[in-house]
Design a protein around this ligand. Sequence first.
Ligand code: GP9
Ligand code: MN
Length: 421
Amino acid sequence: DSSEITEVENYVKANNPEPNPEYFGKAKGMNVVYVSMESLQSFVIDYKVNGKEVTPFLNSLVEDEGAFYFDNFFHQTGQGKTSDAEFMMENSLYPLPQGSVFMTHAENTFQSAPAILKSKGYTSAVFHGNYKTFWNRSEIYRSFGYDHFFDATYYNMDNKEELVDYGLKDKPFFEESMPMLEGLPQPFYSKFISLSNHFPFDKHENDTDFAEGEFGDGVVNRYFQTAHYMDQALEQFFNDLKDSGLYDNTVVVLYGDHYGVSENHNDAMSKVLGEDITDVKNADLQRVPLFIHVPGMEGEVNHTYSGQIDVRPTLMHLLGVETKDYIEFGQDLFSEDRKEIVPFRNGDVISEKFSDIKGVCYDNESGKPVDEKMCTNIKDDATKRLSLSDKVIYEDLLRFYKPKNYEPIDRKDYQYINPNP
Ligand code: GP9
Ligand code: MN
């Protein structure tokens, strides 16, 4: 009932740090482009196979484009994989301990980024080379208030060479997306969901001259090849954004959605990294890349311990949108007094100094186990955040909550009709 939302509201208000005035509003009125980079983990950044960089384009973004890069940024997804990552980015609520919110709670009331920005004059759109029902996207996007969903029916899906299991390969996907993006009224809030670097990382040997790795495991070997192909597709997309003139007026956020190489491939991964894949190392490997490019700002590498939950307030504050009246569990990545804590759905918690991995408390610096008491604080904090967020979803509590200066949306006003029925 409504007293429960008051408990959540009080917690959120007491625990969300103030935005950093040096960043607040720096991207006011600009367009937004999000890119979900399928299965991309941070270990590929600056990694070389046979002396060649796997992701030369991404590696150049800080230096050449002035992007921000977050090297202690983690995915926090559960069974909902891509959809869980999307859910956090749009809502700054945690995904559920089981299943995907997209599948189980699509008709809840949400106060999502597309709806928040709608009242600021934004048009919103999702671009994805798979069909709209996958992950129940065409239902939950209505609850998020997405104006447009350009799914596979908007793309040329006739050439078998250009398809992988889940849809269109990244290069044709971004290429065919450009005219649709350019056709949107500005400012727009948009999301591109890439596909090529999806398990089992195949069907790209003729699309790049990047050789497979030689680590005795086909999945790991090919991962570098499909990641390289995605990197090239992203470079092409950036060039197209520049040619269209959009680049100078658009915030671009690139994020890895979740891990691609599971623990089943630890033998090969220990060859890749030249060290044993311990529990701590496996937790380390849940880092995914996050890049934010803000036109006119000089970026840098930022080391704050953070996760996908934290991106929405960061973006909103860059756009000059206050978030203190929204129910959100993330903390602005640029805030001076953010608490560096990353709760995971498997029960692990990583923080700036200590990490609780599979019930053992470790000191980050030494990597050695320490007295479990050192992790009590972060564990309690993580449990509190996760359980309040879960309650919001399970009991559909945002029904009872009306943020100030927010115009509620009605999911009935949104639907996504195929262009060629
Ligand atoms: C499917 C794509 C992949 O449309 O987003 O989803 P995943 O299997 O990574 O969750
Ligand atoms: Mn995915």
